[in-house]
Design a protein around this ligand. Structure first.
Ligand code: PXL
Length: 278
């Protein structure tokens, strides 16, 4: 089996089943050596908790990468998620240049917004910097809100295929290469993901549950990267990640107290089997 070393840069939300606490186990389950670069440490994520702590690790990032460079460490893939500040995005761009192995794939989840709104603590300066990161990436995984922020398109809750195609066109014009647009729903009981690779536009749709779950974007992106680095096509990786994320939601829904994340752990075995059989 091809054993890849992937670097993932995101925060550690100590509790919350998102960012690194999700990316590390999922990428490991997919069989990849997973190197982490924590952008910040928070007591919890920012979605629904109040009074969380936030330790910004911006200062540490260049020192950590300088050490890696000295050791000659290189990555076959670099996957970024939630980043703590616009300054961090610029540092990550630098690290990507310095620590990429030949043929390194860069995957950016511009984790900054959902349901029409930026996450707390983000502003338009952050969005501007994120635009730069996304146009350098091989693959980006925005949701519709993030795609709107990156392109200036007005956010809509109800839309048709023409709206989605326009959003993809604008992302392309801005410099995006392969786009995996998540949370695309054309009917009340289905949702799915659009993959645009070259001129190839494909839509994978599946069942939609009324209850939205926190952290599904991070589970999705991590499962996608895990599958992609196993050599799956972009579309197959997008489909496997969707099927796995759906299973995570299904096992979480019966427990209304578990509002802050999805129970991705009990179905990790299913993810591994999806990777083996798909
Ligand atoms: O799931 C994205 C995410 C990651 N990290 C932190 C967050 C969020 C979303 O709210 O707050 C700290």
């Amino acid at each position: 089996m091809d054993y890849k070393r992937v670097l993932t840069v995101q925060d550690i939300s100590c509790l919350g089943q998102c960012s690194l606490t999700v990316a590390l186990p999922i990428l490991s389950a997919a069989g990849h050596e997973t190197v982490i670069l924590p952008s910040a440490v928070l007591s919890t994520h920012t979605g629904g908790f109040t009074g969380y702590t936030f330790r910004d690790l911006t200062e540490d990032l260049p020192k950590i990468s300088a050490h890696w460079q000295k050791e000659g460490i290189r990555f076959q893939a670099i996957y970024t998620g939630y980043l703590g500040s616009a300054e961090q995005i610029a540092i990550v761009q630098e690290i990507s240049k310095r620590c990429a192995a030949e043929g390194c794939r860069t995957i950016v989840d511009p984790a900054m917004a959902d349901n029409g709104k930026l996450y707390p603590d983000f502003d338009m300066a952050f969005v501007e910097q994120m635009k730069r990161l996304t146009c350098q990436a091989d693959v980006i995984l925005p949701n519709i809100t993030e795609a709107c922020m990156l392109t200036g398109m007005p956010y809509k809750e109800q839309y048709d295929e023409a709206y989605i195609r326009k959003l993809l066109d604008l992302l392309r014009t801005a410099g995006a290469r392969t786009i995996v647009l998540t949370g695309v729903s054309f009917s009340a009981d289905t949702t799915g993901v659009v993959v645009l690779e070259g001129d190839d536009f494909r839509y994978y749709s599946h069942k939609r549950y009324a209850r939205g779950c926190h952290g599904t974007g991070d589970v999705y992106a991590s499962a996608f990267v895990g599958a992609l680095l196993q050599g799956k096509s972009t579309y197959d990786a997008a489909r496997i990640a969707a099927d796995y994320t759906l299973r995570c939601i299904e096992v979480t829904i019966p427990d209304p107290d578990h509002w802050y994340g999805v129970k991705f752990e009990p179905v990790l075995g299913e993810y591994i089997r999806m990777l083996e059989t798909n």
